[in-house]
Write a protein that binds this ligand. Structure first.
Ligand SMILES: [Zn+2]
Length: 296
């Protein structure tokens, strides 16, 4: 009984703590041009396209933030939110799906985003991302790519490979030379590669290379997390991926066990990249497992 009460109390504590966590979040807006904005709060970066035909939003953070996000978007345009595009299924990017769909938005995403949101997904560390209600499921899905022509611009949704997840989309606003990369790109941070659920490091590198080809010196690049970036920032990230991967491969080839791998040597010159969500040990372990026989 004591255990039940204790676990109930800790459950309530977690609930209250997470509600409070969002209470203090402020949504800030960065203008890219007359019609395109980036919104920051808690979770993945949101892009918002405004225009007379209705607003399009790319990603939508956590459900408890939907009201705040909606009012921030309301300051930018009086039009309703017509389309919600998901760069991938993770809850810090799709948590608001059901809320915005109930307001009339149509959700668009890769087919695997729909599949993931329809079922429980067992995550690393024994966590489970529970299936989302039907309202949160994308209604329009694609396999390779899709174009959305809206507000006088064409939005390209591009799926190359499994990378961060098995349903990643790059979102290119070609008319504006703006690219939203979702969590394929964390600015100056090691990436999270969801290898337990179909993510793939080589796929992620290949998608970064495709993004570099889509970009020029003037391209505005919106990462999944972190400040609005440019091609130089993406190039630096690409170089980090290749260097760290090379060092991990070298350790594997030398017969070094995962336990004996010297993480500090592997991330040398990139120490600050491990100060975010993904610590050096986690990134190195992910790569080691993916490229060695210890692969999951
Ligand atoms: Zn993610």
């Amino acid at each position: 009984m004591k255990t039940i009460i204790l676990s109930l109390l800790s459950f309530l504590f977690i609930q209250v703590a997470s509600a409070q966590r969002f209470d203090n979040v402020e949504i800030t807006v960065e203008k890219i041009n007359e019609n395109l904005y980036v919104l920051f709060g808690a979770g993945g970066n949101i892009a918002v396209l405004t225009g007379s035909e209705g607003t399009v939003m790319i990603d939508n953070q956590f459900a408890p933030l939907s009201d705040k996000i909606q009012s921030a978007i309301g300051e930018l345009s009086s039009q309703p939110i017509q389309y919600v595009i998901n760069t991938h299924w993770h809850g810090d990017h799709t948590g608001g799906n059901a809320n915005f769909a109930k307001q009339g938005a149509t959700i668009i995403a890769h087919e695997n985003v729909r599949k993931r949101l329809m079922t429980d997904n067992v995550r690393p560390f024994g966590r489970t991302s529970e299936a989302q209600p039907e309202a949160a499921w994308p209604r329009l899905t694609f396999d390779k790519n899709m174009q959305v022509h809206h507000n006088g611009v064409s939005i390209q949704l591009l799926h190359y490979h499994a990378g961060h997840t098995d349903g990643d989309a790059l979102v290119m606003f070609g008319d504006y030379n703006v690219l939203h990369m979702g969590d394929i790109f964390f600015k100056d941070r090691f990436p999270f590669i969801d290898t337990a659920l179909g993510g793939d490091p080589d796929g992620l590198i290949a998608i970064v290379e495709a993004a570099l080809m889509l970009s020029d010196a003037n391209t505005t690049i919106i990462p999944g997390h972190g400040a609005v970036s440019n091609k130089e920032d993406l190039r630096r990230y690409h170089q980090m991926l290749l260097i760290v991967k090379g060092r991990v491969m070298k350790a594997i080839t030398a017969g070094t066990s995962l336990e004996d791998v010297d993480v500090a040597t592997i991330v040398k010159d990139y120490e600050t990249w491990g100060e975010g969500f993904i610590k050096p040990e986690v990134f190195v372990k992910t790569l080691y497992k993916a490229y060695s026989d210890e692969g999951e």
